[in-house]
Write a protein that binds this ligand. Structure first.
Ligand SMILES: [Zn+2]
Length: 353
């Protein structure tokens, strides 16, 4: 494994569902403290400022540290009931191996449902509801989960190791959403720290994106950026059942998002990003997502408005146990972010609005 693979392994295997991003914070801080001044806002988001000798324009590069997961709500005998944190589709939850962080350390379990072998024909055809699912940690008899140190409020995440597939440059892991963005922040900031820049750059790891874009509000207000690039995973549409003509495919470079339900990117910033990709021969494709949103949905509404765009890495099966993405798309995305930041001088940023 090379340096980037070690970073991706560390970031994707970390436990960090919404409200419990501490492990991811520490990984980002460990890497970024070498090149930037680190602070934490009062909600827990990480803000790393490069010392470029400039106060403005302020450029925000942001990724969210949290991943979709669950929170223990109560017990029903030997079994654990839970609330979902972030968007889950129940069929993706059943059979999911999970890790619970209890008072006495981590406990491994599996999400399950009533056995299909004991369902009536009609019941088997219905999509199960998450309220009917539970976590089994292997207890028997009268033992209850609190005997293992598990408490209501404890965080739960999928349990799946970072795995290299085929050519070793295709990776399968949990939490690409948005640990791949966290890795992009780290890599882009490290590369930018070696350059003479015409702006002031802030690399951010936000908290609680998956439960309603919360950390982006507080960190955005702290930085008050003049322009923002949101570094995100994108939904690959190269699997059976994808819409015809979809361009978001693994191996096709960086995704430039032209639309989602919370953000229409600043058109001049979009054109600047595309121009940079073309000039530097960085492979790219457009994505348009009619649902969902990102931290950009809140950051672009900060104060009087912030020109904002989302650039990302396509991945299959986000919000599941095991997503798949390719290294070359990650490399293309980092390269584009660095190239765009280099071009954001005071005159250019002023000209965006
Ligand atoms: Zn995300």
């Amino acid at each position: 494994m090379d340096r980037i693979e070690n970073l991706l392994k560390e970031l994707t295997e970390a436990l960090g569902t919404s409200g419990f991003e501490g492990e991811v914070f520490d990984i980002m801080k460990g890497r970024l403290a070498k090149v930037a001044k680190i602070e934490k806002d009062r909600l827990g988001s990480l803000i790393a400022q490069l010392d470029t000798g400039k106060d403005s324009p302020r450029v925000m590069l942001t990724a969210h540290m949290d991943e979709v997961g669950f929170m223990v709500s109560h017990f029903t005998g030997r079994y654990i009931k839970f609330n979902t944190l972030g968007g889950w589709w129940p069929p993706r939850m059943i059979g999911l191996p999970v890790k619970i962080r209890g008072a006495r350390g981590d406990v491994i379990g599996v999400v399950s449902s009533k056995s299909p072998f004991h369902m009536e024909e009609k019941e088997r055809k219905e999509i199960p509801k998450s309220k009917d699912l539970y976590i089994d940690v292997g207890l028997t008899g009268n033992k209850t989960p609190d005997s293992l140190g598990i408490r209501p409020g404890d965080p739960v995440v999928p349990y799946f190791p970072f795995t290299q597939l085929m050519d070793e440059k295709t990776y399968m892991a949990k939490a690409w959403d948005d640990r791949v963005g966290c890795a992009m922040v780290i890599e882009a900031m490290t590369k930018l720290s070696r350059l003479k820049l015409p702006n002031s750059v802030y690399g951010v790891g936000t908290v609680q994106e998956e439960v309603g874009i919360r950390g982006a509000v507080t960190s955005g207000s702290r930085i008050d950026p003049d322009v923002c690039l949101v570094l995100e995973v994108n939904i690959a549409q190269d699997i059976p059942g994808s819409p015809e003509g979809a361009t978001e495919k693994l191996g096709e470079g960086v995704s430039i998002c032209v639309y989602d339900a919370t953000l229409i990117p600043n058109a001049r910033l979009r054109d600047l990003v595309v121009k940079a990709a073309k000039e530097k021969k960085i492979p790219y494709h457009f994505s348009a997502i009619p649902y969902g949103g990102t931290d950009g949905g809140k950051v672009h509404l900060n104060k009087f408005g912030v020109p904002t765009i989302v650039v990302g890495v396509p991945a299959r099966y986000i919000h599941s146990a095991a997503g798949i993405l390719q290294r070359k798309d990650f490399d293309a995305a980092v390269k584009l972010v660095v190239e765009v930041v280099k071009r954001l001088d005071a005159k250019t940023v002023k000209g965006l609005v």
